[in-house]
Design a protein around this ligand. Structure first.
Ligand code: ASP
Ligand code: MG
Length: 418
């Protein structure tokens, strides 16, 4: 049987007519090499942002169901146009919405989780020798059968889920960057393109601000054993392959420095030192669908003392978080303060598992640069510091150079897995 390839094209790779035609050409090239091809597309350029603005123009709090009806159109446009371009190249192509492609999700509008991919219709189209284009970022809810979307960047997850359902060995993600780098090249010009990264490292990177791949896509790929090849849609160079830890080619101490400048911090004081307080606070936030990141709490030291809890949320969730917590004032805590302009810098590397002293080095590098650390959290392969948003660039540059992550230009691997 001919090998099945799943290709995903991001928003910039289909931004205008020229680029749609280029993506179509690339899809057809794969087909002409003898593969069966499914391509998952994102909405063009800034389409999703524009759709969100349109909703905000007519409503202060757009209904989530209708929001999904609206947002899902962006990806449909890309797929229909690309199918037309492929047809003009002399190949048969059919575009499918997420729902038509059998992507079944839970009911949580704008942040839906994929429950199942019932790929019969994709399979049937492939049997008929069509190239299949699937609208990313969307599905249909299991019970209410509403159109759902998967959260920003969700087309990556659509692509990985389709690859898993069809038993593809690898999912190719074509994007506007050449792969995964040791730091954001816009901040660190000599950042190195990584040939391979483990799922675990990529999960930590995606969770701590690396924008290349959606976090959920990496989780899904790890859980289903699908390799992700993240590469440029503008050239033929191999990019970065994300795969299981035992399969990575190298295991340096530190793999990458990541950052985010979109954090907000909430501090609750006067939290009763009794069982149940934290449960109520974070229960309310979970109910409101707020993604809480770093949480810090200390046992109060003075007798009869009350605890303080600080945590971070994405800045865009701050308003919702505040609204969810306000009713608990005077019960689960006495006072709430918020800091909007926070950032976070993290270093990630599977090698630090067995190597002491990494945290001490991170803190001394930041101290030398005069960067004050607000909060710290660690995992076995990550150290994150919440800092002022204005210090983020400096901190990333200093850590990248202190851990000697810069490339010497020789690291661009030959096509590693063919
Ligand atoms: N179009 C959606 C977004 O902008 C999904 C995606 O591009 O993956 O977030
Ligand atoms: Mg994207």
């Amino acid at each position: 049987m001919r090998e099945l390839i799943v290709m995903k094209f991001g928003g910039t790779s289909v931004a205008d007519a020229e680029r749609i035609k280029r993506a179509a050409r690339r899809i057809v090239d794969k087909r002409e090499q003898g593969h069966r091809v499914v391509a998952v597309l994102s909405a063009r350029g800034k389409t999703t942002d524009e759709l969100i603005s349109m909703a905000e123009e007519v409503s202060d709090a757009p209904d989530p169901r209708e929001m999904d009806m609206l947002l899902s159109t962006g990806e449909r446009i890309s797929c229909a146009l690309c199918a037309m371009a492929i047809n003009d190249l002399g190949h048969r192509a059919i575009s499918l919405t997420g729902s038509q492609a059998g992507i079944v999700t839970d009911e949580s509008h704008t942040k839906a989780l994929i429950l199942d991919v019932r790929a019969e219709r994709i399979q049937a189209a492939l049997e008929e020798d069509s190239i299949v284009l699937v609208a990313g970022f969307q599905g249909v809810s299991e019970n209410a059968r509403n159109v759902t979307t998967l959260g920003r960047g969700g087309s990556d997850t659509s692509a990985v889920a389709v690859a898993a359902a069809l038993g593809a060995r690898e999912c190719e993600i074509y994007t506007d960057v050449a792969g995964v780098y040791s730091a954001d090249p816009r901040i660190v010009p000599d950042a190195r393109k990584l040939a391979t990264v483990s799922f675990e490292e990529m999960l930590e990177m995606a969770a701590s601000g690396a924008g290349v791949l959606q976090l959920r896509a990496v989780e899904y790929a790890r859980n289903h054993g699908v390799r992700i090849h993240c590469r440029s849609s503008f050239d033929e160079q191999p990019g970065t392959v994300v795969l299981a830890e035992g399969e990575t080619m190298e295991q340096p101490l530190i793999t990458a420095v990541t950052h985010s400048d979109k954090e907000a911090r909430i501090t609750l004081t006067g939290v009763p030192d009794a069982p149940g307080a934290a449960a109520r606070i974070f229960g309310a936030l979970a109910q409101a669908n707020v993604n809480v990141d770093m949480i810090v709490q200390n046992e109060p030291v003075s007798a009869g003392g009350q605890a303080e809890i600080s945590f971070t949320v994405p800045r865009e969730d701050l308003r919702v978080a505040r609204t969810a917590l306000e009713p608990l004032t005077g019960e689960a805590f006495a006072n709430m303060t918020t800091h909007e302009q926070m950032g976070k810098v993290s270093i990630i590397g599977a090698g630090m598992r067995s190597h002491p002293g990494v945290a001490a080095k991170v803190f001394s590098v930041l101290a030398r640069e005069g960067v004050n650390i607000d909060m710290i959290s660690t995992s076995p392969i990550k150290i994150s510091c919440v800092i002022d948003r204005d210090s983020v660039e400096l901190a990333v540059q200093a850590l990248h150079s202190a851990f000697e992550l810069a490339g010497d230009g020789t690291d661009i691997a030959e096509e590693p897995f063919k």
